[in-house]
Design a protein around this ligand. Structure first.
Ligand SMILES: [Zn+2]
Length: 217
């Protein structure tokens, strides 16, 4: 589903002009090698076929991963102050989105980022929170506590784990007592600490940011 585009680029070293391939849509759940390029800061690199020198070139692209609730439009950093260019891109992308969104899971608003390194930060943060969530799930299984999935986009925005431990009911007090207990034993679980802080500030007993089904690991 990922799509490519071609553009003629001039090498900044030898000034040779050549046609370079760009990804215009990257599916993070399918194109794992391209996702790795972004994480390894190699996504924007081009190699001149004439002088073999490598240089960085930014082009706008869409990154999406429906399962992760991630839909991002990445623009080059130098677009930041060019509002008319950004507006045009946004409307272009809305039409692409309409073409792509026959699946209901893609029906979310895109986020706009400047620079692939900003997307990289998000992907790395996702990976860290995912790892800590696995530890939390493991601890809960040991203690016979249950877990619900936290909505991915909410977890991302609030630096939370993607799982919510509970014992009897997914209500504030029940969850907070479990979090206290786990954090006493494992004080380094930072996402869990953030979750406890967020819940203690919440007024209602009902927790809104979870999925219906239990998380099965
Ligand atoms: Zn060159």
């Amino acid at each position: 589903m990922s799509s490519e585009s071609y553009k003629v680029i001039e090498c900044p070293h030898c000034h040779e002009k050549f046609e370079a391939k760009f990804w215009s849509v990257v599916r993070g759940d399918i194109d794992i090698t391209i996702k790795d390029l972004i994480i390894n800061e190699e996504f924007n690199l081009l190699m001149c076929p004439n002088c073999n020198k490598i240089f960085s070139y930014e082009e706008n692209f869409i990154y999406m991963d429906p399962e992760e609730e991630l839909f991002v439009i990445v623009m080059p950093e130098y677009y930041r102050n060019q509002e008319n260019v950004i507006e045009k891109l946004k409307s272009d992308y809305m039409s692409i989105k309409n073409m792509l969104s026959d699946k209901k899971e893609l029906n979310m608003e895109p986020e706009y980022l400047f620079g692939a390194d900003k997307l990289r930060e998000i992907l790395l943060d996702d990976m860290n929170r995912e790892e800590e969530s696995e530890v939390i799930s493991f601890i809960c299984a040991e203690k016979n506590y249950r877990t619900k999935k936290i909505k991915k986009n909410f977890a991302r925005k609030n630096k939370l784990p993607v799982v919510l431990p509970y014992k009897n009911a997914t209500e504030k007090d029940d969850v907070l007592s479990i979090l206290d207990e786990i954090l006493n034993e494992y004080p380094k679980l930072t996402t869990l600490k953030t979750l406890a802080k967020l819940l203690s500030k919440t007024e209602s007993a009902r927790i809104e940011f979870i999925e219906d089904e239990d998380k099965t690991t």
